[in-house]
Design a protein around this ligand. Structure first.
Ligand code: UDP
Length: 254
């Protein structure tokens, strides 16, 4: 088989050249890192679960008219995506205080926020992804005011939709990180949701017990990382074929 050209290799994913111009193949690894990659591990099966969970969430978002880079899943670990020009921002949405917000501002973890908050981090490993404001973003040209307007509007819709979707399966969406890209179609540019949405990039707490069902299980050495990710997939009704014979649709939690 012809070896594919690697376009980019990150900590948890690899991007390969796609089968046709304007496409890429996104491969989900089992590797995981935290704290600026100072903590590393391999979690067997994580890539398969994240591929499936991200496919499901992006497809649902597409269904309500949120444009995404996702085209289709190719196999257990790979999906076909549209090639976009990634905007160098991590857009974080918070509904409940946790993580860096709690440490930075002294707000107890688990405290609901008076309203959803959007934060931006400049994607630059050497600088450890610093917190930036809209002023920095537009002044340095990482995104135009029009791009940011689109990003905020899409982000609010994504948060509202995903909060409801997770609530329906007994999960609280505490916070999450998303990334956007510019998709060029002839001379026309659109901002689309890119990267992934998975338990690696969200905080997900069980509604009844507040048990963590996300990457904090790895960050905080709580164990049961793959089990928590597969429970998220199970509740969404999308366990991969090898684990569950058929997909059954979301599991309603009363
Ligand atoms: N997050 C992420 N990638 C990052 C930083 C954060 O996916 O490089 C996600 C994280 O999983 C959480 C949210 O963004 O759902 C907010 O993270 P926070 O700022 O609290 O940082 P952390 O505590 O993860 O360092």
């Amino acid at each position: 088989m012809k070896r594919r050209r690697t376009i980019y290799e990150g900590k948890a994913k690899i991007l390969y050249e796609g089968p046709e111009p304007g496409t890429l193949v996104q491969y989900f690894k089992d590797d995981t890192t935290a704290f600026d990659a100072k903590k590393r591990a391999t979690i067997e099966g994580k890539g398969v679960l994240n591929n499936r969970i991200s496919e499901y969430l992006m497809t649902q978002l597409n269904g309500i008219g949120v444009p995404t880079h996702f085209v289709r899943r190719l196999n257990m670990r790979e999906q076909l995506i549209k090639e976009v020009e990634i905007i160098p921002l991590e857009v974080v949405v918070r509904n409940v205080a946790a993580g860096s917000l709690s440490t930075r501002l002294g707000i107890p973890e688990g405290q609901p926020l008076p309203r959803s908050i959007i934060e931006y981090y400049y994607k630059k490993d050497e600088l450890h992804d610093p917190w930036v404001s809209e002023e920095h973003i537009t002044a340095f040209g990482w995104a135009s005011p029009q791009d940011l307007d689109d990003i905020v509007n899409l982000t609010i819709r994504i948060n509202d939709f995903l909060s409801g979707l997770f609530l329906g399966v007994g999960i609280k969406l505490i916070d999450f990180k998303i990334e956007f890209g510019r998709l060029w179609e002839n001379d026309f540019m659109r901002i689309v949701l890119a990267d992934e949405i998975s338990p690696d990039s969200c905080r997900l707490w069980d509604i009844a017990t507040n048990e963590k069902m996300d990457k904090d299980r790895f960050r905080r050495d709580l164990g049961g990382v793959a089990e928590a990710y597969s429970e998220v997939a199970r509740r969404l009704g999308i366990l991969p074929e090898s684990i569950q014979g058929e997909t059954k649709g979301p599991v309603l939690v009363k």
